[in-house]
Design a protein around this ligand. Structure first.
Ligand code: FES
Length: 57
């Protein structure tokens, strides 16, 4: 499967973010950061992660 990297700093893929929402109980951006590490670098991926969260929850 092709990996769509959302967070370049932490190398976190869209798949990992969706998995955190669907299977690891992430309901807020902070949860996704805690679980995947996404957004804990430069923060520029936050908007993209937020979109995935809105779409998947
Ligand atoms: S791209 Fe996600 S923290 Fe920099």
């Amino acid at each position: 499967m092709e990996e769509n990297i959302i967070c370049n700093c932490m190398n976190v893929s869209e798949h990992e973010i969706v998995h955190a929402i669907k299977h690891q109980g992430a309901v807020m951006l902070q949860d996704i950061e805690d679980i995947t590490g996404a957004m804990s670098g430069c923060g520029s991926c936050t908007e993209e992660v937020e979109k995935i969260l809105q779409r998947e929850r």
